[in-house]
Design a binder for this molecule. Structure first.
Ligand SMILES: NC(=O)c1ccc[n+]([C@@H]2O[C@H](COP(=O)([O-])OP(=O)(O)OC[C@H]3O[C@@H](n4cnc5c(N)ncnc54)[C@H](O)[C@@H]3O)[C@@H](O)[C@H]2O)c1
Length: 351
């Protein structure tokens, strides 16, 4: 039997919406658990529960590795097939989520995720203060994709420093796969840095961006296996599979897409091929780092940005540790996370 490692899981039928509302608090060892609210269709509510368990554990890792004094949580609302969210049902769902978060007495704060927006967080904020990611001017820090892109750029600079002795990205060949909210911002930043860019997306309309930035364009399959210095997954998860690893021609991979590895073993396969993989929960931590610093810790925008840029130091330390101990960056990250959690559990004053 596998071990139940979550602190608390709340499952209830929403009083207004009648829909399954699931809030998983994986860990509050480092502080208040944070993690977004996902609203999407599931074939079975138990699949939504599995998602909440997995994603909340991922948030614990993300916060711990980013040096935040926060734990991991997640809300998932399981929409049955055929149910569409009318504006009034959406409002009911959001108020049900707010009440579920409020019932945890500050142990957990929610935020935007797949299927929810910063405006939805304003609606949740009508019933609880335990919410992050409201729009600017409405008590929140606004769209997280800018800070997420800044954090991913910091990770790429660290990789460049590790490989070439300088974080300067001018002239480095970089493939960005997925140019949505985060990928587009990152592509613009990389252009400003003077990188030699290849862009890709399943949406052909995004090709206009490559023309605007003077970047090359290819379909996602080709871009993933392009001969580049840095590969940046910025679309969906699961792109790094056992089948694709032998075909990769990049020196390193670092990007914001969540859950890039199809299986954990892919990290070892990449290591065997000499390809550096920066764990996604570190390269993609800019958004949560900024929101927590500005909204929960009441820091200034500059302080938030400074902490996001510090992802460069985190990745540099991680790659150095991995190199000196002969392990993978993923293993080095796991050890860093376990050390932080152990220290906080035994000596809460030394988080
Ligand atoms: N938005 C944030 O602040 C944030 C924070 C942390 C992590 N992330 C992660 O970063 C990734 C991108 O987030 P986003 O907010 O930019 O999403 P988005 O939906 O705005 O953009 C995703 C882009 O990827 C494209 N795409 C989808 N499937 C593709 C495929 N197979 N190949 C190539 N392109 C494909 C889409 O057409 C779209 O342009 C996601 O994995 C997300 O979970 C986002």
């Amino acid at each position: 039997m596998s071990t139940f490692e979550h602190e608390q899981v709340l499952i209830r039928t929403g009083q207004r919406s009648g829909l399954p509302i699931i809030v998983a608090v994986h860990s509050s060892t480092l502080g208040q658990a944070v993690g977004g609210c996902r609203v999407r269709q599931y074939a079975d509510w138990r699949d939504a529960l599995a998602d909440a368990l997995r994603l909340s554990a991922g948030m614990t890792a993300k916060c711990a590795a980013a040096g935040l004094d926060n734990g991991g949580g997640k809300t998932v609302v399981a929409l049955p097939g055929g149910v569409t969210l009318t504006p009034s049902l959406r409002r009911d769902v959001l108020h049900d989520v707010a009440d579920a978060a409020a019932s945890l007495d500050g142990r957990y704060a929610t935020g935007p995720d797949v299927g929810t927006t910063p405006d939805d967080m304003t609606v949740i904020g009508e019933r609880t203060g335990h919410v992050l990611g409201r729009p600017l001017g409405r008590g929140g820090s606004g769209d997280s994709s800018g800070p997420t892109a800044t954090g991913a750029l910091a990770a790429l600079r660290a990789v460049s420093g590790h490989l070439h002795g300088t974080p300067d990205l001018a002239g480095r060949r970089v493939a960005v796969v997925g140019v949505g909210s985060v990928g587009e911002r990152l592509a613009r930043m990389l252009t400003d840095e003077g990188a030699d860019l290849l862009l890709s997306d399943i949406d052909p309309a995004k090709r206009a961006l490559s023309a605007e930035l003077g970047a090359a364009w290819d379909d996602p399959e080709q871009a993933l296996t392009a001969d580049v210095d840095l590969l940046v997954p910025a679309a969906l998860g699961g792109v790094l599979t056992e089948l694709i690893v032998p075909r990769l021609r990049c020196a390193a991979i670092a990007g914001p897409a969540n859950n890039q590895l199809a299986t954990p073993e892919v990290a070892d396969l990449l290591h065997e091929r000499g390809i550096i993989w920066v764990p996604d929960y570190i390269a993609g931590a800019g958004g949560v780092t900024y929101a927590v610093t500005v909204e929960l810790q009441r820091g200034t925008a500059d302080e938030g940005l400074g902490r996001v840029q510090a992802i460069e130091n985190t990745v540099t330390d991680l790659l150095t540790r991995a190199r000196t101990t002969g392990t993978t960056p993923a293993q080095a990250a796991r050890e860093l996370i376990e050390r932080r959690l152990r220290t906080a559990a035994t000596d809460p004053g030394r988080r």
